[in-house]
Design a protein around this ligand. Sequence first.
Ligand code: MN
Ligand code: MN
Length: 465
Amino acid sequence: MENEQTKKRMEELTWKFPHAYAKTDDDELDRISAFAGDYKTFLNQTKTEREFVQFAVSACKEAGYVPFDPESILKPGDRIFFVNRDKALILATIGTDPVEDGIRMTVSHVDSPRLDLKPFPLFEKSDVAYLKTHYYGGIRKYQWVTVPLALHGVVARKDGSVINVCIGENPEDPVLYITDLLPHLGAEQNEKKLKDGIKGEELNAIAATTPFDADSDEKNMIKLKFLDLINRRYNLTEKDFLTAELTLVPAYQARDVGLDQALVGAYGQDDRVCAYASLRAELEKEKPVKTTVTVFADKEEIGSYGNTGMNSDFTLHFIQDLCRATGAEINRTLRNTYALSTDVGAAYDPNYPSVFDEQNSCHINKGCVLTKYTGARGKSGSNDASAETLAVVTRIFDDANVLWQTGEIGAVDAGGGGTVALFVAHADINVVDLGVPILSMHSPFELASKADLYNLYKAVKAFYQ
Ligand code: MN
Ligand code: MN
């Protein structure tokens, strides 16, 4: 056969995902870079779900969104928001099509793995005051030692007032820190399995090291020093910690990674990378045909339990109220609704090829990633989206020149995981996972590609328009 003919047949019959920078002009590269710049600023301000909700509420108010009154009557073009207990948020814009014809919805999560303080955290040992922690979400404990940590959270007072705590984000602020052994004395620790190298009960952060009164014979003078300092700053006593919600997160700022500056390195990109893309798409869309509902959920990293997580009915209740306010029938609305469960994917890591199926993994710089199923073993615990649902969303993406790829979480039986898609599906909604490939997921400093982020934003924007 002629060489040309073979080449033609190859092009017609085979498929290969292109690189994100192929056929990308300078204008598009500028847009990718500018979007990533805004994203980094956002990341530095939103390290907890509560901080995300504060950020997004002020952004949506500026864009004309008003608090949702379930007793109101909504008309096309109306923009509303609903805050769930300061830890989850729903934005919606009413479209010109009847709501019953289906909503366009995205769900991302705004909590990230971290080290929560235990309820009774403070203790002193050998002249050091420590804070005890209990990790939140799936972490590899050895990654969280020798990392500068910032203290974030709230203390809710009996009188109903809430004190916001944040120590370690200003460059002048001190940080907290968990020590590790020096290599010279690490021989015994080195013999342990990686998972046992650092134990959960060893994740104690240094809080202070000098006494309140060096001349006193009283015990726990260093603990008292810490309490004195935090009392001066936030008017807290040790008893306030018992009912507080305080957490340690990496004090790192978001940075570009690689000399080509194509990647963003930062804490909490799972899943703020998707939350940011869908927030921008929701805020920026012009009067949509379909009604859009953009959900930012809490608690995903611990199984979506709790009344701010997707296993709660808060989103269903919101859609019920939305249907009432627009005169739509709820069951028909749900059945006709399409949702993107926007959560991150496990990027193929060339450094650790054995746990991936390279051709079925998502790759950095190849666009946003569509994941038909997650789960473990035989797809257990997965939503497993239908071929028809995949066809509907990929047609929208292709029409808008969105660069998308497919991905699964890793090689068969190498492990597994899940997202909120199954909870969305539980409400009788068509749903598929869409996200951004992440390297070093759940570590204190995760990596994502600027081009992949931008293509996710384009995808959600097209889905909403
Ligand atoms: Mn996630
Ligand atoms: Mn996660």
